[in-house]
Design a protein around this ligand. Structure first.
Ligand code: FAD
Length: 373
């Protein structure tokens, strides 16, 4: 059984090379969704931008994740309102909704806007869903309460809310497409080229490595903790789940692909102690727990084809870590999406690019590195 990501195994055209001579105005470290989004916006504005990716485009979390394209923050909307205040939480939600719409314009067949279903595992989670549902509705964001669940969900979960405009991503396909758009716009994108933040010849450096932030910027190690997530994919199964589903605060999540394959991840809560790591390896305990969830959702006999792991960065308040890096001149960081970076990463890469261009969006204040001082 391979331990490479199913998404990364999809054959793709090699990325065209459009190197330019001399120093870059902006150097971006990291070829995931954040770095590619940042490079695209800068290149579209005529900036000489060079992106360095140590492995391949989408080789990190962006090509290893569950493929959920969700609006909002890592915490539910009502929690964000309490944490950030109503107006900033609304602004963050609106930012990610705009980002999702933009992704839909760019992603082609890598994004299906099929909505997502947040399920309640027990009475407490059902009450939490009701609170999020009411908060979204009150602030004018689309959401639907779902009472009737189909079997086997009806036996496993208590109820659900539908986020109708969320989507299902083919994540590596999407980010490769984004990288190609950046190259077409003039970015010099270099795969298999690790970069050292202190040695780059550029006016500004953007560090966009999410779960590996501490390895590039050790002073931020306490603010972005590497966290491992594990995933598996089965052979095609009868169609049952038309959209991404998640429950137990995200510890159970799955989506079924158009060909019937089930992509399923989570279960970190069976072994928290081993999962705070930057080692991209699967473990028997988490994978065994994923197998058990596949059986509950699909019945016995599913054939697992691939298992893999990826790393994201978790911050103390689960909000992104985006802004100038204190103590370093002209170095920005963008990451720390706390396991929820597909849409925020796309949005934040663009926000950083725009800030470098002189348009500092108010939302950046929410993600400032100095907020923990
Ligand atoms: C298993 C798993 C499941 C997830 N599920 C979801 C989900 O369903 N929905 C969601 O919204 N989010 C999910 N996430 C989180 C999401 O994938 C990430 O937050 C997001 O992809 C981060 O993108 P990024 O571009 O910031 O970082 P990454 O995609 O991690 O890219 C960083 C890149 O930097 C490169 N790099 C590192 N150091 C250097 C260096 N020195 N020089 C050059 N390159 C370097 C790495 O090789 C890597 O390719 C999941 C994450 C994981 C791991």
């Amino acid at each position: 059984m391979t331990t490479t990501s199913y998404w990364l195994d999809e054959p793709s055209e090699p990325l065209p090379l459009r190197p330019f001579a001399g120093p870059a105005e902006v150097a971006v470290i990291g070829g995931g969704v954040t770095g590619c989004s940042c490079a695209l916006t800068l290149a579209e504005h005529g900036v000489k931008v060079r992106l360095y990716e140590a492995r391949q485009i989408a080789g990190g979390a962006s090509g290893r994740n569950g493929g959920f394209a969700l609006r909002g923050a890592a915490v539910p909307y009502d929690v964000a309102c309490t944490q950030l205040g109503d107006e900033p939480a609304r602004a963050y939600m609106a930012l990610t909704e705009r980002a999702l719409d933009r992704m839909a314009e760019l992603a082609g067949d890598a994004l299906r806007r099929v909505g997502s279903l947040r399920l309640a595992f027990d009475d407490d989670e059902l009450a939490a869903l009701r609170t999020e549902h009411d908060a979204l509705l009150e602030d004018g964001f689309a959401v639907e309460w779902v009472d009737e669940l189909e079997p086997p969900l009806a036996e496993l979960y208590r109820g659900a809310i539908l986020h109708p405009h969320d989507g299902a991503l083919v994540p590596a396909r999407w980010v490769r497409r984004l990288a190609r758009l950046a190259v077409d716009a003039g970015a010099d994108v270099r795969e298999h080229e690790p970069a050292d933040v202190g040695r780059l010849d550029a006016d500004v450096v953007v560090v966009a490595v999410d779960g590996l932030t501490a390895s590039v910027l050790p002073e931020l190690a306490h603010l972005s903790v590497p966290t491992r997530g594990q995933v598996l994919v089965t052979a095609p199964l009868p169609e049952r789940y038309p959209r991404p589903h998640y429950a137990r605060g995200g510890y159970d999540y799955w989506q079924q692909l158009p060909d019937g394959r089930l992509v399923i991840g989570g279960q970190r809560d069976v072994s928290f102690a081993t999962e705070d790591t930057d080692v991209e390896e699967t473990t028997e305990v988490v994978q065994g727990s994923l197998d058990a969830l596949v059986e509950r959702l699909m019945g016995p006999g599913a054939n697992v084809e691939q298992r893999w792991a990826g790393i994201w960065g978790t911050t103390p308040d689960l909000m992104p870590l985006v802004g100038p890096v204190p103590g370093r001149e002209n170095v920005w960081v963008a990451g720390g999406y706390s396991g929820h970076g597909n849409v925020p990463g796309f949005a934040c890469g663009d926000l950083v690019a725009r800030a470098i261009l002189g348009e500092r969006a108010p939302e950046l204040a929410l993600f400032d590195v100095g907020r923990f001082d």
